[in-house]
Ligand binder design. Structure first.
Ligand code: S3P
Length: 183
């Protein structure tokens, strides 16, 4: 018996976007469990397809190559059955990606303050864009640059500061229900 919390459009994807360290991967796993949907991670798929880690791709092939893979992977995912898709933090910056996601499902933006992000990512070594820039000022600056694109993409915005994963997932479910109610 299927006990998952299903939305009416459960054949559609739920895309989680937002800055690095906003909790997309952890939230997608928990939300996937709650809704009995697969949790997919664009970075993990890119690493599988290319046979390289994300830092290796940036180092050996460059960011443009990574961004092209990102779009390629999004196209592939849009043919999968409805899933929770945790997206790399830069995915919303490209209009083509936005169009793919808008066609394939709903987009949820997770946000956090630059201070919170810094605390969450400061020991991380897997994010090339932060490699030599691990400080609150840089995070704040990059976040500000990206904010208009994030806002433009989002169907739902969820703040994650001082909230645990379960709380965030419940908030997402509540907002998805409200969104469904208006459609
Ligand atoms: C990036 C975010 C990373 C990863 C890559 C680029 C970005 O994913 O896709 O390092 O441009 O913000 P996370 O947001 O999961 O860290």
């Amino acid at each position: 018996m299927n006990k998952g919390i299903k939305m009416r459009n459960s054949n559609k994807h739920i895309f989680l976007i937002g800055f690095m360290g906003t909790g997309k991967s952890a939230v997608s796993k928990e939300l996937g469990k709650m809704m009995e949907l697969d949790a997919i991670d664009t970075d993990a798929l890119i690493a599988d397809i290319s046979g390289m880690s994300i830092p290796e791709i940036f180092e050996n092939k460059g960011e443009d190559y990574f961004r092209a893979l990102e779009t390629n992977v999004l196209h592939r995912i849009s043919d999968f059955q409805g899933s929770i898709v945790s997206c790399g933090g830069g995915i919303a910056l490209k209009d083509e990606n936005l169009e793919i996601m808008k066609r394939a499902g709903k987009i949820i933006l997770l946000t956090a303050s630059a201070e919170t992000i810094y605390i969450r990512v400061k020991k991380d070594t897997q994010r090339p864009l932060l490699k030599n820039n691990l400080n609150v000022e840089y995070i704040e600056e990059l976040m500000k640059k990206r904010q208009p694109a994030y806002d433009k993409a989002a169907d739902i915005i969820i703040e994650t500061d001082k909230k645990d994963i379960l709380h965030i997932c419940k908030e997402i479910l509540m907002n998805l229900r409200m969104l469904e109610g208006t459609e």
